[in-house]
Design a protein around this ligand. Structure first.
Ligand code: BG6
Length: 496
């Protein structure tokens, strides 16, 4: 049966910048049946043509020229409708229902609105009879700012919708490179025997951005890097790296395994928070060829910047997973804004055997490393030792990199993370969406860190914009004898 999509907040920033371009990609890839209808609902009055013209303008701004096809746009535009009204009001929603949904199509409702009105919109959906057994509801972060506030938001949704109707988006799970983690681990048997504390020394998960907080200062100042990135994206990536092989690739199995990882994360005691976490905030600096202001000096005419803000724009955490497979293997998480470049990678650092047969004085023997680059380009590299060519005495060894770049393949990707997630929700496949239990467990772990920071009054450490973050982040790993892979940021370019 056909599925229609209702976007509440259909004229907002998220919808225009992200959602319609991603839906257009489904059209581009012939993944949207012809009789699908996309209804944007918003309070502002406009005609269908005006609405489509606005979407067209944003589409052209947000996608690469080579991905634009006039023919596909026209087919896509044919599917777009506009419904005027305030979705918290059952009468307005009822009118939209009458105009568009008096049929037996399945319905997906996307709430592109602030969570504080989720409850009202859900009850309005219920009152006007749009919550049929097959209706699906899509929501995304911020889903609260603590476990408690998440539970309150979720309770509001759960009053109208059952858990299997709710699709919680984490756009990292829609990324090709993140899904590739599952392929790497579970479609290549060679890794499984090595994937544990016996062979792995530690894991690094890094997501750096060169952008600052821009015009989101007011939102960001209430949020910070830990809530904005760690609670969701980094912990989801950690789950895919650390989870047990699921029995199969359905939502139930995958979510159950991810949840076990989240529940096994050791809660950081207050007295250890200074040693196991680092909070940073960007100061002035130089990024992407330009001088940039510090976080507390950002300019805005919309809101007041707090010159004493203690919000972290960078965080590094040593996480520990207390289970059979991972006990004793630190997982270092690191993310921040206004760093030297946009770069995300996972490093699996293998252990080195205690007994070395190569002479130390002329060998640079290093332990193996598996490096999974997530963005901007995707690739996998394995750092291996090999003999230094030549007539030196003995067998001197040095490290080299076996590189598998997805560049060519990536160039053929004509969709983004949201398209993938739309594709799945329209097909009713929740595997790449996050369960309430996962979100709750992630908040529990993060809440404990915030409680520790508060209890110890831990201040942010300033770092220069354009740098690799505060010195504390290096100290965090060097205490364990580890080192971030920073110096290899150029590795991928060099190997092209
Ligand atoms: C969002 C955060 O969830 O992810 C942003 O709110 C961040 O602050 C963004 O910039 C990063 O996403 P990506 O896909 O560019 O890595």
């Amino acid at each position: 049966m056909n599925t229609d999509l209702l976007i509440v907040g259909g004229d907002g920033d998220l919808a225009l910048r992200k959602l319609y371009p991603s839906l257009y990609f489904l059209e581009l890839n012939n993944c949207m049946p012809d009789n699908t209808r996309i209804i944007g609902m918003a309070r502002t009055g406009q005609t269908r043509d005006e609405f489509r013209a606005k979407i067209h303008t944003w589409l052209k701004k947000s996608i690469k020229d080579e991905l634009y096809s006039e023919e596909k746009w026209l087919r896509f535009a044919d599917k777009i409708w506009f419904g005027q009204g305030d979705a918290t009001n059952p009468e307005a929603l009822g009118a939209v229902k009458k105009d568009f949904f008096e049929n037996d199509h399945h319905l997906v409702i996307y709430l592109a609105i602030p969570p504080m009105i989720f409850g009202k919109v859900c009850s309005s959906i219920d009152v006007c009879g749009l919550n049929r057994p097959t209706t699906r509801l899509v929501v995304e972060k911020p889903l609260g700012d603590s476990r408690e506030s998440f539970i309150a938001i979720n309770d509001e949704l759960a009053r109208t919708f059952s858990e299997d109707q709710i699709f919680r988006i984490d756009h990292y799970l829609g990324k090709e490179s993140v899904q590739n983690l599952m392929a790497l681990r579970f479609a290549n048997d060679m890794f499984e025997p090595l994937w544990n504390s016996r062979y792995i020394d530690h894991i690094q998960i890094t997501v750096t951005e060169s952008v600052g907080v821009g015009n989101r200062w007011a939102f960001y100042d209430q949020t910070g890097a830990t809530r904005d990135m760690v609670q969701n994206h980094l912990l989801q990536v950690l789950c895919l790296v650390a989870m047990e092989p699921p029995a199969c690739l359905n939502a139930e199995s995958v979510r159950a395994e991810k949840l076990k990882v989240l529940n096994a994360l050791r809660l950081i005691p207050h007295e250890e928070v200074g040693e196991l976490t680092v909070r940073g905030q960007y100061g002035r600096g130089f990024v992407d060829g330009a001088d940039v202001p510090g976080y507390r000096e950002e300019e805005s005419d919309k809101y007041e910047i707090d010159p004493n803000s203690q919000t972290e724009t960078f965080v590094a955490i040593k996480a520990e997973i207390e289970n059979w497979r991972w006990s004793g293997v630190p997982v270092y998480l690191r993310t921040g804004k206004r760093l030297s470049k946009r770069h995300s990678e996972i490093v699996i650092q293998f252990k080195q055997s205690k007994h070395q047969i190569f002479e130390e004085n002329h060998s640079k023997h290093k332990a193996n490393q598996l490096i999974i680059q997530l963005q901007p380009d995707a690739g996998i590299a394995l750092r291996l030792m090999h003999k230094v060519p030549g007539l030196d005495a003995g067998i001197p060894v040095e490290d080299g990199v076996l590189n598998f770049s997805f560049d060519e393949r990536e160039k053929k990707v004509t969709h983004d993370a949201y398209s993938r997630l739309f594709f799945d929700v329209l097909r009713n496949d929740p595997t790449l969406f996050v369960s309430a239990a996962e979100v709750e467990a992630a908040w529990k772990w993060v809440d404990q860190i915030f409680a520790g920071w508060k209890a110890t009054d831990m201040q942010v450490e300033e770092y220069q914009s354009g740098s690799l973050g505060p010195d504390g982040a290096d100290e965090l790993v060097s205490r364990d004898g580890a080192k971030w892979l920073n110096e290899d940021f150029e590795l991928w370019c060099a190997l092209d």
